[in-house]
Design a protein. Sequence first.
Length: 268
Amino acid sequence: MNLADPRQLATVLEAILLAAGKPLPLERLAELFDEAERPSPKLLREALGLLGGSCLGRGFELSEVASGYRLQVRARFAPWVGRLWEERPQRYSRALLETLALIAYRQPITRGEIEEVRGVAVNSNIVKTLLEREWIRVVGYREVPGRPAMFATTRGFLDHFNLKNLDELPPLAALRELEPRLPAEDLDPDVPAGLQARADLVLADGEESLVQAEEPRSETNFRSLLAELDAMEQGLKSDFDDLPLAPLEDEGGDVVVARQAEDELQAD
């Protein structure tokens, strides 16, 4: 096989990406070839372009995301492909999606800042779910009393939502168009439907003292949330190079994680 021919190289890359099961960056693709036959980055990109063109009119496509290149099923075929798995797709609560949106558009951000915008306490299970799915990570600690953790999105978040970088996030105007499709109320994933029904019944009877574990301070709807995000969109970060993790020791000797660009945090 002549790997100097972009068309033949494209077929090799197709096989590699089909077998990989995850996105592969250009550097990793190059490492899979012997040094004597290793294609140049320019040749790899040309072959990937040909591979992407050959996917036109087929059920899958070549996509470049934050972690690299991958072959994936086109979104419009999801209703049929999804039937291959018996389990139902996970349904995320409105509270979780609002929290994720705030982190994505205003990162790095603390839990207290999220609660200030939403006007309601953030359920610990929401943060836990986002961390377990590796959509967010702790990138440092705010230099204020209590040293609250600051959250930012990950490459896994970008990969899941088919994005190369944060610049490809939809503008807030586009999100507003989706508002009518969202349910007026939604349940947090950790609250069973039966328990929620009982709680609603108690509230209807006036016994509000039994369900005050996490009362909202003020209700914030999706439109007002987007209005808050409008003012934050200008400071949106587009890469992860400025969010390195560096271990530092505090006065008590405990190891903490802080961002290397400390002056930027002070200015935030």
